[in-house]
Design a protein around this ligand. Structure first.
Ligand code: ATR
Length: 271
């Protein structure tokens, strides 16, 4: 990678960085011959970080936990979809005007569409946090029939009402539904190092369904292992992670990045 005075700088604003984003993004820039570099920024004060992007003329930034909501008030504009979802995970800088976008919803939908069409499919969505909100938006747009479950039922109720979806109750209530096509875990349960946990127990899973987990570490979560043993089609979280990053690259560079290059780079870190 050659860095010179023309190099465009991309950042990643997060509270707790890993080398995942830098590995995925820089591998793709290198392969595409783009004069861009992606830097992991450990951020405590998000206001100062946003001012820094502007002052140093970053082309954009990814935004991760815990700043996806907090960053919004410091941007010049929020794309209407990100506003509806209520979270920004991508910033684009156009001549000092910073606009917030959300690529999680499209990442999730692209990952699902590798395995299924979504129109009229009955989806059990577990979770009501930022990721679940993005997925709920994408599923609604794709005309799926979504039922939402969450530990904190009030949040699920609110989300269901806001996006005109069905409210399922708490996670225990998931046991009672018989007729879903797709199950999505949009909670953080099962994330490394708590890889021995699954939001749904094996005996509650039905045979021959589609199961997606947003958890990308480990590559195969306990939930997905259970699902495989029930003959389900599984969609690991890393596919959503890649698709949402490809959307970011398109936004920043106007170029379509190769999925396989990013996948190869990401798997070297996650394996
Ligand atoms: P994100 O932006 O990644 O979605 P979040 O907004 O903190 O993160 O949401 C985390 C989700 O995981 C929520 O649905 C949360 O449930 P609550 O709304 O009840 O907090 C869910 N979650 C986290 N820990 C959980 C646990 N131990 N059991 C069940 N659900 C859990």
């Amino acid at each position: 990678m050659q860095i010179d005075n023309e190099t465009r700088i991309l950042g990643s604003i997060a509270g707790n960085q890993s080398n995942l984003g830098t590995t995925m993004h820089n591998a793709v820039y290198e392969a595409m011959g783009l004069n861009c570099v992606y830097l992991a920024l450990n951020v405590k004060n998000v206001k100062n970080a946003v001012e820094g992007l502007r002052a140093l003329n970053f082309r954009g930034s990814a935004v991760s936990m815990p700043h996806k909501q907090g960053v919004m008030k410091y941007l010049n504009e929020i794309n209407p979809i990100a506003k509806k979802i209520g979270a920004v995970n991508t910033i684009l800088n156009e001549n000092g005007i910073l606009t917030g976008y959300n690529s999680d919803w499209t990442g999730a939908i692209d990952a699902l569409k590798e395995k299924t069409n979504l129109e009229n499919k009955k989806v059990a969505l577990i979770g009501a946090g930022g990721a679940a909100r993005a997925i709920a938006y994408g599923l609604k747009k794709s005309k799926s029939k979504v039922v939402i479950f969450n530990r904190t039922v009030e949040k699920a109720k609110e989300l269901a009402k806001e996006f005109d979806l069905e409210f399922g109750g708490n996670i225990e209530n998931f046991k009672k539904i018989q007729d879903y096509d797709i199950l999505i875990n949009a909670t953080s349960i099962g994330f490394y190092p708590q890889s021995n946990k699954s939001i749904i127990e094996k005996d509650q899973l039905k045979e021959n369904k589609i199961v997606m987990d947003i958890v990308f570490k480990p590559l195969e979560t306990l939930l997905l292992r259970y699902a495989k043993s029930k003959n389900c089609i599984t969609i690991p979280g890393y596919r959503m992670l890649i698709y949402q990053a490809l959307f970011q690259i398109k936004l920043w560079t106007n170029k379509k990045a190769p999925f396989e290059v990013m996948e190869k780079a990401l798997l070297t870190v996650l394996k």
